[in-house]
Structure formats: structure tokens, C-alpha cells
Ligand binder design. Structure first.
Ligand code: GLN
Length: 494
């Protein structure tokens, strides 16, 4: 007892769990503190709108966790709350992907990542806002309207997992699940000043997660520290027989995630990104300081050239949109969500439902995706993108045969003003300049809030590792935290 609501909301997940374990804080107190923070925020002039739904049974679940603890339950996350992006299934709850077309759709089962968190005793707080079907970089393409950035409410929190980043950075959840296809966890993490992990393809099961680009999709974690990320990952990772692309990966006990000794660690800096056109000079200034810090720890940094990375964004959009056009064909007015039936037959029902249900950006992508796959190109465009992807995978793997880690700015810019790119899809797509190669190469990457611009806007830097190198990148981030602090609300003392 004795902690104010704000104190509680500021705690990291690991700190919270310690207090739950030693009995000085109850899950109900925590959930009440978050609820009251969320309620207060909803009535403010410029609400965050990170949540699109606060679960009405969150307090009940928290009380049940407290009762279980009293009865000797030692589940690893017992009573720890979390937030879930609106495209991840939570049984019995709405799952709408920020889209009108899924209005009223209730998930009939839990995604594997969710059931593993629930089995570990964690308490879901609510659903978070996102760009429709995870297509976007600002949450402005959500049918619920945009979320705001807690650092400056006139700015976007990034997207598509912007709601998840906003609730973590805004003190309304200790950690949140997001999803990634091309940067949707790391970009909002960077804009809001929190940690965002895109795990290796296969580390987390995709079962129960609404598909966008299946060969790229991966669940990610938004949190306040490397340890918190490891905590959530350790519970969710591992083979799932419901997703054949899932792999067995053991993440060791995060409560003693040891910092990585950086002495002699070899780090590659891809030239194509670190001296890229369009890279904001305030971001390069932070990046340079980060490099100086890594060198001061004994790491060996080399600029390497991977020319094919210049093609990553184009390659990503061809593959992601082709897969999306196919994946989204299931929203047909028959099986899920809304139905608009003019009574003229199946084709009319399909056309009316989809015309009414999807927003403009999703339609644009379905049209482009189908065009790319159409007989007009006889699949050539898609095949070309697949060979570029194979080259990216090979060249990135070659770099990791010589280097331990890679450092790359997360985004070419800081968070941008709401409304400034919403009518310019190309400008929006370019926010992903430095993130999509990671999804194409299937490697893990953690966006770490490593600094701020002179205006106080957060800057995230990605620590990327080889396939299944999650532990290494989390430990490297921990080393940075121990030395520089994880004071993401203050100027990072680089
Ligand atoms: N912003 C990218 C896009 O719009 C990435 C989205 C994502 O990772 N889900 O496709």
C-alpha cells in the first residue's frame, strides 16, 4: 500500500510483479489505477484513444488472480495486466482490426499468444487501436479515429500498433501486444519512446492473429524495458502445433537477464540506412551518439554495404499487398462481421459488403495486390519481389556470419503531426524505410528509446540480431539501460 495511482502506472512490469509477489500490491489495485488513469484521460481535451475497448471484466479477473495468489498459485505473471491489439483474438471479446467490416465480430477462441499469457495468470485490460487491418503507420486509418502520441498529443503515436504504444507510454498498461508485418511495433515504439520487439519469424505463434501478409506477420511486444520484453516473450515463445511456422525457442528467465559484455562485440552499420537520403539530421545526431557509446563499451563498429536494402520497401509492398489481397478475400459478408445484402445475389452481396466495410487504404491495397498478381503481369512482379527478398535474406545472413549485431535508426523521422501524411500514401509508406528489411529477412529487431531530439521527441534505434538472436539483442539493450538508464521521459545521457 501507500503507492499513488500514478506511482503504480509508472511501474515496469518486472517491478510490478515483484510487488505482487511480496504482497505489497494487489492486482486489483493495479487494474483500478490503470482504469482510473484511462477514465481521466478519456475526459481530457485531447484523449490518447489508445484503447478502443476497456474490458469490463478486468477488475473481476484481477480479483480472481489475487484470490489465486492467496491460495498458493505461483503462475509466472499472476495478476500482471496487459493490453491487446485489436487484431489478436481474445475469446468472447470483440476483434475488429480497426475496421467497419468486422463490427460486432466476437473472437471464438484465444490466439496462442493470448492463451499463454492467460495461462501464466496475466490479466487483459482491453483492446488497443490500430490502422485498419494493420495497414498504416499512424493509426489514422482506424475506423475508430486516430490515437494520439502521449509525448505530444498533436502528433501521431505511429502505427499500426499505435494504440498499444500509446497505452504503454501513456501509463495505461505495463506492456501490450502489437503485430508487425513491416514495422508496426517498432515504429510506434520509436515515436512514443518505448521498447518495441519484432521477434524472429516463428518465435511467436500466429494462431488467432488476423492475417495481413502471412509470410511477414509476427506478434510483437511494446514495453518499458528490455527485461519487461523478455518477461512477456518468455511466456509466449515456443512451438505451437496450431502454427506450423512456429519454432521452439527458449528465452531464459528474464529476472536475471544479464547485460551483454560488449567488449569485442562486432556491430554492422548498413551504409544504405545510416547515411540514407531523407534521414532527419536530429535522428542521425542521436544515432552517432549511440555509436560512440557502443564503441566506449569496447564494441567494434563497421559500416557495411548491403546494396539490395535500397529495394526493401518496394519489395515489401509488393509482397505484403499481394498476400493481403489474398488474405482479405475471406471478408465476404458471409462468414465474418457485417453483411450488406441488396438481395440481388452473391456477387452483389460481396461487392456491397466490401465496398461499405473496408476503408480507402485497405481497398487501395487490395486493388494493388490483385493487380500485381493478375494475369497482366503473369505473376512476374510478385516473383521478382520474391527473388529480391531471397537476396535480402542471403545478404543479411552473410552480414550476421561476420557480425553479432546490427544498429539502424528505427525511422527516418520522429513522430509526425496528425493529418500531415494521411492523404499521401507514399509519404506514409516511406516511414517504413528502415524497418521492412527486418521482416523480409525474418530476423529479430528491438527498437530501443535511446535518445531525444532537442524538442524532446523520442528517437528509437533498432538493435537487430541474427535469426533467433532475441536474447542477445535484449541483453545488449539491457547493457545500455544499466549504463544510461531507461529514463525514456528524460534526455538520454549519451
Ligand atoms: N506501415 C507498414 C504498412 O502499412 C507496416 C504495417 C505493419 O507492420 N503491419 O504496411
Amino acid at each position: 500500500m501507500g503507492k499513488s495511482e500514478t506511482d503504480i502506472c509508472d511501474l515496469s512490469a518486472v517491478e510490478m510483479l515483484k510487488l505482487l509477489e511480496d504482497g505489497s500490491l494487489s492486482s486489483l489495485e493495479i487494474v483500478k489505477a490503470y482504469k482510473s488513469a484511462w477514465e481521466k484521460d478519456c475526459t481530457s481535451g485531447k484523449p490518447l484513444q489508445g484503447y478502443v475497448e476497456w474490458y469490463s471484466d478486468a477488475e473481476e479477473k484481477a480479483a480472481a488472480a489475487d484470490a489465486a495468489r492467496k491460495n498458493g498459485d505461483k503462475s509466472p505473471l499472476l495478476g500482471l495486466p496487459f493490453a491487446v491489439k485489436d487484431n489478436i483474438s481474445v475469446k468472447g471479446k470483440k476483434c475488429t482490426c480497426g475496421s467497419h467490416i468486422l463490427e460486432g465480430y466476437i473472437a471464438p477462441y484465444n490466439a496462442t499468444v493470448v492463451s499463454r499469457l492467460l495461462d501464466a495468470g496475466a490479466v487483459p485490460l482491453g483492446r488497443t487501436n490500430m490502422d485498419e487491418f494493420a495497414m498504416g503507420s499512424s493509426t489514422e486509418y482506424s475506423s475508430y479515429g486516430p490515437s494520439r502520441n502521449p509525448v505530444d498529443r498533436n502528433l501521431t503515436p505511429g502505427g499500426s500498433s499505435g494504440g498499444s504504444a500509446a497505452v504503454v507510454a501513456g501509463g495505461q498498461a505495463p506492456f501490450a501486444l502489437g503485430t508487425e508485418t513491416g514495422g508496426s511495433v517498432r515504429l510506434p515504439a520509436s515515436y512514443c519512446g518505448v521498447y518495441g520487439l519484432k521477434p524472429t519469424y516463428g518465435t511467436l505463434s500466429r494462431y488467432g492473429v488476423v492475417a495481413f501478409g502471412s509470410s511477414l506477420d509476427q506478434v510483437g511486444i511494446l514495453s518499458k524495458s528490455a527485461e519487461d520484453t523478455a518477461l512477456a516473450l518468455s511466456v509466449m515463445a515456443g512451438r505451437d502445433r496450431c502454427d506450423d511456422t512456429s519454432a521452439s525457442l527458449e528465452i531464459s528467465n528474464p529476472s536475471n537477464l544479464p547485460p551483454l559484455d560488449l567488449k569485442g562485440v562486432k556491430i554492422a552499420l548498413p551504409k544504405e540506412f545510416v547515411v540514407a537520403k531523407g534521414l532527419d539530421s536530429r535522428i542521425s545526431a542521436v544515432f552517432d551518439k549511440v555509436c560512440v557509446w557502443f564503441k566506449s563499451q569496447g564494441a567494434i563498429l563497421d559500416v557495411v554495404s548491403i546494396p539490395v536494402l535500397e529495394a526493401a520497401v518496394s519489395c515489401y509492398y509488393v509482397i505484403a499487398l499481394s498476400e493481403a489481397a489474398s488474405n482479405l478475400s475471406r471478408f465476404d459478408g458471409i462468414r465474418y462481421g457485417i453483411r450488406r445484402d441488396p438481395g440481388e445475389g452473391y456477387d452483389e452481396l460481396y461487392v456491397s459488403t466490401r465496398s461499405d466495410g473496408f476503408g480507402a487504404e485497405v481497398k487501395r491495397r487490395i486493388v494493388i495486390g490483385n493487380y500485381v498478381l493478375s494475369t497482366h503481369f503473369s505473376g512476374d512482379c510478385y516473383k521478382k519481389a520474391m527473388s529480391v527478398r531471397a537476396r535480402i535474406q542471403k545478404d543479411v545472413a552473410d552480414v550476421f556470419s561476420k557480425y553479432d549485431l546490427m544498429l539502424v535508426p528505427t525511422s527516418p523521422t520522429t513522430a509526425f503531426p496528425l493529418g500531415s501524411k494521411v492523404d499521401d500514401p507514399l509519404a506514409m509508406y516511406l516511414s517504413d524505410l528502415f524497418t521492412t528489411f527486418v521482416n523480409l529477412a525474418r530476423i529479430p529487431s528491438l527498437s530501443v528509446p535511446m535518445g531525444k531530439t532537442p524538442e524532446g521527441l523520442p528517437v528509437g534505434i533498432q538493435i537487430c540480431g541474427p535469426m533467433f538472436g532475441e536474447e542477445k539483442i535484449l541483453r545488449a539493450a539491457k547493457t545500455w539501460e544499466v549504463d544510461c538508464g531507461r529514463e525514456f521521459s528524460a534526455e538520454a545521457p549519451l
